[in-house]
Design a protein around this ligand. Structure first.
Ligand code: PMP
Length: 355
C-alpha cells in the first residue's frame, strides 16, 4: 500500500483488518458466527416495525430497557448499562481504565476482540494460555497481574473453546485480585449454560470491581440489532458511559430487546433446543474420536492444529461455513437441526485422514 502523510498511530496501523465469519450461500449453513438459527421471538419484528420514529434520536441511556433488566435481575437501574452490543461496552470499560502501557489480561485462545480492544486503548494485551481441556487457567492469570494491570477479562463459556469457569474457581481467583483492578466476566453465552457449577456473574454485581457483560445477540437472536448490557457498580458503569459515543443504541434495538423480554418462556424453549443439539453434536463428535472440550455455549471446538485449513475446507466444500483459526482449531456454531447431521457426516469423513 502507498504511504500517506497522515500520522496514524503505529499500533493501529499494524492491526489486521477485522475478519467477519463468511456469509453463507443459499444452500449452505452458516455456522461461523455463533448466531441463533431462530427468527426473532414472537412480537419482536412487529414491535420494531411499529416503532417508526426514524426522525427522532433514541433515549441516550435506553432507560426503559435498563429498568426492565434491573427488575429482571433484582438490581438497581443505575447498576445496569446498555450498549450497542456487549463488545462496545467492553471497549468502554477498557478505555475507562487503561492508559498507554497498562495491561489487559485474558486467556488465550479466547474472543478475538480482546487483544484488539486493548491495543485501541494503547494498553498491552497479556495473553495467558488456556489450561488442560481448553479451560481458563485462573491461577496463571492471577500470577500474571502486575502493578500495570488494569483489567482482567474472564470469558465464560469461553469463545471459541466452550468450557465454563466454575463459581468456586472464580471466587478463589477473585480473592487474589487487588480490589482496584477491574474484573470483567464476559457471559455472552450465559443463557446456554447447563453446568450447575458455572459462575453466575450477576451474583457479584455489588462488588465494585466486578462487571458482568451479557448480550441480546446470542440466545435472544438479535445480533443484527446490536444490543448488550453490563451489570456492575454504578461508578464503574458511569466511567464506561463517559467514554461512549452518545446515542449508539438505537430505539429499534431497545424496542426489540424489550419485546424479547416479554417472551421468556419461548426463549427458554429455544435455548433448550440449541443446548440439546449442541450436546448431540459434541457427543457425536466424541464418538467419532474427536477430543471435544466441554461445550457450554452454542458452539463446539475442534482442535485441528496444523490441519485446520484443510479440515475447514472440507466443511466448506460440504456446504458448512465454519470459523477456522489457522494452526489452532475450528469453531462450529450450533445451527439448524439439519446442520447437526451434516457436521457429523463431514467430521466422520475427515477423521479418517487425521493422524
Ligand atoms: N463476547 C463474546 C465472548 C463473544 O463471543 C461475542 C460475540 N461473538 C461478544 C462478546 C460480542 O457480542 P455482541 O454482539 O453483544 O457485541
Amino acid at each position: 500500500m502507498t504511504d500517506i502523510p497522515v500520522r496514524v498511530r503505529p499500533e493501529i496501523a499494524a492491526l489486521p483488518p477485522y475478519k467477519q465469519g463468511k456469509q453463507a450461500g443459499a444452500d449452505a449453513f452458516k455456522l461461523s458466527s455463533n448466531e441463533n438459527p431462530f427468527d426473532p421471538l414472537p412480537g419482536v419484528s412487529e414491535a420494531v416495525a411499529a416503532a417508526s420514529a426514524f426522525n427522532r434520536y433514541p433515549d441516550a441511556t435506553a432507560g426503559l430497557l435498563r429498568a426492565r433488566l434491573a427488575e429482571r435481575f433484582g438490581v438497581g437501574d443505575d447498576e445496569v448499562h446498555v450498549g450497542a452490543g456487549s463488545v462496545s461496552i467492553l471497549a468502554q470499560l477498557v478505555l475507562a481504565t487503561c492508559t498507554p502501557g497498562d495491561e489487559v489480561i485474558f486467556a488465550w485462545r479466547s474472543f478475538e476482540a480482546y487483544p484488539w480492544l486493548a491495543v485501541l486503548a494503547g494498553a498491552n494485551p497479556v495473553m495467558v494460555p488456556l489450561a488442560e481441556g481448553a479451560r481458563h487457567d485462573l491461577d496463571a492469570m492471577a500470577d500474571a497481574i502486575t502493578d500495570r494491570t488494569r483489567v482482567v477479562i474472564v470469558c465464560t463459556p469461553n469463545n471459541p473453546t466452550g468450557p465454563i469457569v466454575t463459581q468456586a474457581e472464580f471466587d478463589a481467583f477473585l480473592a487474589r485480585v487487588p480490589d482496584d483492578l477491574l474484573v470483567v466476566l464476559d457471559e455472552a453465552y450465559a443463557e446456554f449454560v447447563t453446568d450447575p457449577d458455572a459462575v453466575d456473574g450477576v451474583r457479584h454485581f455489588a462488588q465494585p470491581n466486578v462487571v458482568v457483560l451479557r448480550t441480546f445477540s446470542k440466545a435472544f437472536g438479535l445480533a443484527g440489532l446490536r444490543v448488550g448490557y453490563a451489570i456492575g457498580h454504578p461508578r464503574v458503569l458511569d466511567a464506561a458511559r463517559s467514554t461512549t459515543i452518545p446515542l449508539s443504541v438505537t430505539a429499534h434495538a431497545e424496542t426489540a430487546a424489550l419485546a424479547s423480554l416479554d417472551h421468556e418462556d419461548e426463549l427458554i424453549e429455544r435455548v433448550r433446543i440449541v443446548g440439546e443439539r449442541r450436546d448431540r453434536l459434541a457427543a457425536g463428535l466424541r464418538d467419532l474420536g474427536w477430543d471435544i472440550p466441554q461445550a457450554q455455549g452454542n458452539f463446539v471446538w475442534l482442535a485441528t492444529g496444523e490441519q485446520t485449513t484443510d479440515v475447514a475446507e472440507a466443511f466448506d466444500t460440504g456446504g458448512l461455513i465454519v470459523r477456522a483459526f489457522a494452526g489452532d482449531g475450528i469453531r462450529i456454531s450450533v445451527g439448524e437441526e439439519e446442520s447437526v447431521e451434516k457436521v457429523l457426516g463431514i467430521a466422520a469423513s475427515v477423521v479418517k485422514d487425521l493422524p
